[in-house]
Design a protein around this ligand. Structure first.
Ligand SMILES: *[C@@H]1O[C@H](CO)[C@@H](O)[C@H](O)[C@H]1NC(C)=O
Ligand SMILES: *[C@@H]1O[C@H](CO)[C@@H](O)[C@H](O)[C@H]1NC(C)=O
Length: 355
């Protein structure tokens, strides 16, 4: 009943919005938007974003899970955090081949995916991003990263890596809600922790803030790529009303849209690097966001848990040496990075990859 009522209200609001206005779309201005799409990197990171959905924490921590293979082989997890209360999961580790610390966030596990997607329609821009006048975000996205066990665990791990490697390259990734959290994490590292070399690459993430936020975000974390896929519904949400550019949610750049062309046996995937507006009308916005199936597979890699609607984890007594449960039942497993194999970012690295 409640939901039907909200739908009706929204339809009325929408109808009015569309009827009344004729404003132009808003460009997100960005001084230095230097994100360069790297297909190889995206196909590696999607495997990290997939692995974080695994529920056997022993396998995840030791990087022996069924998804902890392939392009991510040899990864060393230094922190694994499960926030039981909020049903969130993330890990931090060292990827020698990428010469970077990788942080991965899991997407939502709380309800069915359908319920979660329906709820996305109603997320309000209801809080200010601290220190940025006019930048608004949704409290749920913001607090999932900022007010849970996740953030302190991640910051601690990044600091430990920094102690060992100096100003190491950091890549935050995640799918869906995990992409929203990766974005807040990347911004947090830059704004509050003076991280220099931060890169964010997300898969099928929802919008998280308004145009002022998007503009601020892309200034601070210019090396950001948002991958969207076909008709994936989630990047279309919460809705963007092009006629009310100041009032609505607005994606930050840079989107890369994956879509299929051809038909029959001649279908192949195209990767379109979109404009720097964040809301390129010729990318995912050019199609109807009506697919959950397109949300769950990126680059042929499954991005979902084996079972939906559970925050279940597989426990193990052997974790004691790596930390364990806090009083609320949240889990944090840590180890120090052992491989001193990361190269320190040199001037030339900084120029070519991360500035
Ligand atoms: C793309 O990323 C891969 C993996 O990190 C790296 O080896 C390669 O050099 C990158 N390509 C370019 C053109 O930067
Ligand atoms: C988030 O944390 C801040 C600071 O600890 C607190 O004031 C605020 O009430 C919290 N908000 C939510 C929604 O948990």
């Amino acid at each position: 009943m409640e939901r039907n009522g909200s739908w009706l209200r929204a339809m009325v609001v929408l109808t009015c919005l569309v009827a009344v206005s004729g404003a132009r779309e808003l460009e997100v201005r960005s001084k230095v938007h230097k994100a360069v799409y790297n297909h190889t990197l995206a196909t590696i990171l999607v495997e990290y974003a997939s692995a974080v959905y695994m529920s056997d924490l022993t396998e995840l921590f030791s990087w022996t899970c069924p998804r902890c293979d392939g392009k991510t082989k040899g990864f060393e997890v230094i922190e694994l955090i499960v926030d039981i209360q909020h049903c969130l999961q993330a890990y931090v580790g060292v990827a020698e081949d990428l010469n970077a610390v990788v942080i991965a966030f899991r997407g939502t596990q709380e309800h069915s995916i359908q319920n979660w997607v329906e709820d996305l329609y109603w997320k309000q821009l209801d809080i200010n991003y601290p220190g940025m006048p006019g930048a608004m975000v949704h409290h749920g996205f913001y607090y999932a990263y900022h007010n849970t066990t996740i953030r302190p665990g991640i910051l601690d791990a990044v600091m430990r890596a920094k102690d060992l490697y100096g100003d190491v390259n950091v890549i935050a990734t995640g799918h869906s809600m995990g992409g929203a959290m990766a974005s807040f994490c990347g911004l947090d590292l830059v704004v509050n922790h003076e991280a220099q070399n931060v890169q964010v690459l997300t898969f099928g993430q929802p919008r998280i803030g308004n145009a002022v936020f998007a503009s601020y975000y892309s200034d601070r974390v210019p090396n950001t790529i948002r991958i969207t896929n076909g008709h994936d519904i989630v990047p279309h949400l919460p809705p963007y009303y092009s006629r009310f550019p100041q009032k609505t949610y607005h994606h930050f750049p840079r989107e890369v849209w994956l879509y299929n062309i051809g038909f029959g046996s001649l279908v192949y995937q195209v990767e379109k690097v979109c404009d720097s507006s964040g809301e390129d009308p010729s990318c995912s916005r050019s199609v109807t966001g009506n697919s959950i199936a397109d949300h769950l597979v990126y680059y042929g890699v499954g991005l979902m848990a084996e079972t939906w609607g559970s925050c279940k984890i597989v426990r193990d007594a052997r974790w004691k040496e790596h930390g364990g449960e806090d009083s609320k039942g949240n889990l944090i497993l840590s180890r120090n990075p052992s491989a001193s194999a990361l190269r320190l970012p040199s001037d030339s690295d900084a120029k070519s990859n991360f500035s």
